[in-house]
Design a protein around this ligand. Sequence first.
Ligand code: GDP
Ligand code: IMO
Ligand code: MG
Length: 421
Amino acid sequence: MSCTVVVGSQWGDEGKAKMIDFFSKDADIVVRYQGGANAGHTVVVQGKKYVFHLIPSGILHPGKICVIGNGVVIDPEQLVKEMDDLKSQNIDIEGRIILSDAAHLILPFHKAIDSAMEEFRSAKIGTTGRGIGPSYADKCYRTGIRIGDIFDEDLLEEKVRLVLDYKNLQLEKIHGRKGFSIDEIMDILIKFRNTVKPMVTNTAYYLNEAADAGKNIILEGAQGFGLDIDHGTYPFVTSSNPTIGGALLGSGLNSFQINRVVGITKAYITRVGEGPFPTEETGETGNILREKGGEYGATTGRARRCGWFDVELLKQARRVCGFTELAFIKMDVLSGLDSIKVAVGYELNGKKVDSFPSSLLHKVKPVYEDLPGWSEDISRCTAIDQLPKNAQNYIEYIEKKTGIPIKVVSLGPDRENTIVR
Ligand code: GDP
Ligand code: IMO
Ligand code: MG
């Protein structure tokens, strides 16, 4: 048995889906463990691009089982749309998608409150508007609707009434918005029930049985370390735990079953939405990275903020997640830069900072080292020794600074543009 956790090590969009697709060829089961349709996970196979928001990124490998774990918040209409899109592209998903009965649902009032709360805040988070925070909040309030609830219609209606009465008061009285009727919400849930009934089970039980039977399992994180509600740049975070703890809680596997934790890291950094980003480049360099890297959100289409690699951020992600290796993504985007900057530490009020000051990140100044760049197009290289010397040096430099071996290097969006070291 092997169980690999794939975690974003920066602020999301590191290329997790590309690597999950790549690792999936050797897996039996791929499990999404947290987040919802705020995620935009891109896989490119022979030039054809697929974007997943809820369905695990292993789905393009025939026969692999894809599980949506209890830690995920599921928008029923989005999930059905994604399944329909796959079917319309002749991808056989029959019997391959399994949903946790304990996963919470995202309903239209969650999305309405997400947008109303953004409007209400003076300092915006820049959420994706997918209802993520409000759905996780209901889970904590114990007013959430779980997939398992939709099979008992009488009890379901009682549960929906409780949460809906409260949300309608909030929407109408606080935010001056229109509420929702019980009928429209029940309608969505009953339709969803009819579509997904055979797919729902206790996935913690299913996954433990699979692990005991020696299956190879990949746990797919969404977002990344910096967006973790506990360890990220609160309040500019998402409402779940993309880090290793979230993988355990959101799947029901236990820590003794995990034997590999892959940190996915871009060769530079991007961030969508608001919040501190010490190495952000707001000028010409940022524009070059954005345009060369196609850095526009896979979910909202927003321009991603771009900047240099940050060693301290990665080291903190390693502390929290225990990465056993890194996958180094989008190195091809750096071709053509005369020099590449790497932040190797921070200064706060003119003094070197020794710890990771997550709540003061907006105040730190990065300390940079400059590395020589390379001009060659490296996207077609198939082995590390084909890379220009300076590109090889960059990989070794990041390994040394972070203390984590880089086992995979990605040089383009396609499955093929991948080198295993
Ligand atoms: P995720 O959310 O971590 O799965 O990442 P996204 O899919 O949101 O964003 C990563 C983007 O980079 C997608 O458009 C990928 O197709 C693309 N991509 C992944 N790896 C590489 C790479 O090595 N080079 C380039 N140029 N693009 C890549
Ligand atoms: P993947 O899985 C990048 C960001 C939003 C916002 C903050 C909170 O594709 O890496 P939310 O809607 O979750 O309440 O928004 O988190 N965010 C992401 N940024 N990639 C993602 O997912 C993200 N999911 C949420 O932009 O700043
Ligand atoms: Mg993404």
